[in-house]
Design a protein around this ligand. Structure first.
Ligand code: MLT
Length: 267
């Protein structure tokens, strides 16, 4: 559905009823990334998956920074009357989780950090983002999708799951140039979240595909070592889009974590 918020139109899907779980997609995806988790109907959970600014059916916003996007998300939660949520994000969605935690910690009940990392772009990484913006403007988003699709999934998925590769490639291809351009600014200028890790005081689940080449397992191990009490799960034979590549395992781990968060043992 599409809802009207003070920041403009937002595309979002919701499923189930109960404790709110908000899932943020990566780059350059849209909310359909979370189709398997929405379809799974996690017991006692209301899953909410928005399109981030400019992607899918959401309007772009004026400021392209991770902080502006975090404030946009707070406004979206206000609009759908969600006070405190379990917040999850994949890759770019994870970067946004860190910014949201810094700016709106009282609205976070727990965190799920999937196939993401804490560090910022180095000079070479920033230059690649600028080059990608130029390619998007001159050749279109299809070129970006083509260049990214190989790294977006793991080796096993590339070799055995053409359906998953096709779904993801189509999702990436249909995003607009403006969305891609703005998101690349967000990615390029995001701060280093490494110092944030030790400040996280809510239950945190870290998920990563064993074959993730974009945000490798070592990044997740480093986050797990730095976030007090966090739990790390490595999903075998999955890559960067682990929630699609092995949707059943990802969803099971997510459900178990949510269950443990909302009903800690002994309560
Ligand atoms: C993503 O999947 O969101 C991107 O790979 C993140 C990035 O390029 O840093």
């Amino acid at each position: 559905m599409i809802i009207r918020t003070p920041a403009g139109l937002v595309g979002l899907d919701t499923a189930g009823a109960g404790v709110p779980l908000v899932l943020l997609h990566g780059f350059p995806h849209d909310r359909t990334l979370w189709a398997p988790q929405l379809a799974a109907a996690i017991p006692d959970v209301r899953t909410v998956a928005p399109d981030l600014p400019g992607f899918g059916e959401s309007a772009p916003i004026a400021a392209a920074s991770v902080d502006a996007w975090a404030d946009w998300l707070a406004g979206l939660l206000d609009a759908v009357e969600l006070d405190r949520v379990i917040l999850g994000g994949l890759s770019m969605g994870g970067y946004l989780c860190f910014a949201f935690w810094r700016r709106h910690p009282d609205r976070v009940r727990a965190l799920v950090l999937a196939d993401t990392k804490a560090g910022a772009d180095d000079a070479e990484g920033k230059a690649k983002r600028v080059a990608m913006q130029q390619v998007a403007a001159s050749e279109g988003v299809g070129s970006i999708a083509e260049k990214m699709i190989t790294g977006m999934v793991g080796k096993t998925t590339r070799e055995t799951r053409p359906d998953v590769v096709a779904t993801l490639a189509a999702m990436m291809r249909r995003q607009g140039v403006r969305a891609v351009h703005d998101a690349l600014d967000v990615l390029k200028e995001r701060p280093d979240s490494t110092p944030t890790l030790a400040t996280i005081t809510v239950p945190t689940l870290i998920l990563v595909g064993e074959e993730d080449a974009l945000t490798p397992v070592a990044e997740s191990r480093a986050m797990a070592a730095a976030i007090p009490g966090s739990r790390l799960e490595v999903i075998p034979q999955a890559g960067h889009a682990s929630n699609l590549e092995d949707a059943a395992t990802f969803t099971r781990l997510l459900s178990e974590f949510v269950e443990a968060t909302i009903r800690p043992s002994g309560s």
